[in-house]
Design a protein. Structure first.
Length: 301
């Protein structure tokens, strides 16, 4: 099979934004780029040292997603050499797995000329992830509010988000599976009602671009943060400092272990510098939302 070499670029993402548990995702201006080159057999090379352990063929998420997409289409993937460059921190709650899965689905779609609709790509990724928040943001860019159950997938897409973003990364990493194990199997009915109300208002505020109200609702989570925040050094102090320094709000990014902080656009560096000085145990990343989702570009010969 003959095909032109190409590159796939996928944005990072943060998810939940507090009570938007497993449903709200925001693409971030950090990216995974995969060069897809002709080869006689599969190989995967990462430029970043932290990612070297992921170069195996059998358990690599990019390749797993590509093969699953091919199987679903009843096709056989041709071999390729993948060169991976990324500035998404590994295992830090910034959608590194979702970006890899999205890249793999897109690679299969391109190699096999499937012409899959975006809805189907996000559905495959949601099945692999178990939830649609990060994967929908990686594919579409901007902010996504999603519902996924079985074969049903509904997405509200908000392309432009006018905020600055600060990510506080603690020194220690913990796995998504570990973070999930901290969650209760059920909630008391009043807590579920409060959590649902906070999520509803958060979604409506995000749709209107009202980040002051959205920031307030980010602090009203009942679904996961009360059970996970003990893993973060100075969690309550950080939330208070964010409020004191003019941030809209803060939340655990995905399953963790990073903290997502939404601030007025243009103030991210100033507020980030203050938080970095006050909480030196955390690495401080200053970024912004990514309005563009997954991108394909052909290699110039």
């Amino acid at each position: 099979m003959s095909w032109k070499e190409f590159s796939v670029t996928v944005p990072a993402s943060t998810a939940n934004l507090g009570p938007g548990f497993d449903s709200i995702g925001l693409a971030l201006d950090l990216h995974l780029t995969v060069d897809v080159l002709n080869a006689d057999e599969w190989s995967i090379e990462y430029k970043q040292k932290d990612y070297q352990t992921l170069s195996g063929i059998s358990d690599n998420l990019i390749l797993q997603a590509a093969k699953m997409t091919a199987r679903q289409a009843g096709r056989q993937l041709p071999a390729a050499r993948l060169l991976v460059d990324t500035d998404i921190p590994l295992g830090r709650g910034l959608g590194s797995s979702a970006s890899a899965i999205a890249a793999g689905i897109e690679i299969a779609d391109r190699l096999l000329d499937l012409g899959m609709p975006m809805q189907e790509k996000v559905k495959i990724g949601s099945k692999m992830e178990g939830h649609p928040d990060n994967i929908s943001a990686s594919f579409l860019g901007g902010l996504t509010i999603s519902y996924f159950e079985g074969e049903e997938l509904e997405i509200v897409h908000i392309p432009e988000t006018e905020i600055g973003v600060i990510i506080l990364v603690p020194p220690e990493q913990f796995l998504t599976a570990e973070a999930r194990s901290l969650l209760p199997l059920s909630l008391e009915y009043p807590a579920a009602v409060r959590g649902s109300a906070a999520s509803n208002v958060l979604s409506a505020a995000l749709a209107k671009g009202d980040w002051e109200k959205a920031g307030k609702m980010m602090q009203r989570d009942e679904f996961h943060e009360p059970y996970r925040k003990g893993r973060f050094i100075d969690f309550d102090k950080i939330q208070n400092a964010c409020q004191a320094n003019g941030a809209y709000g803060s939340a655990i990014s995905g399953a963790g272990p990073s903290l997502f902080i939404a601030v007025p656009k243009g103030q991210e560096k100033e507020i980030g510098d203050k938080l970095k000085e006050e909480f030196p145990n955390y690495e401080c990343l200053v970024t912004q939302p990514a309005s563009s989702g997954i991108q394909i570009s052909e290699k110039v010969m």
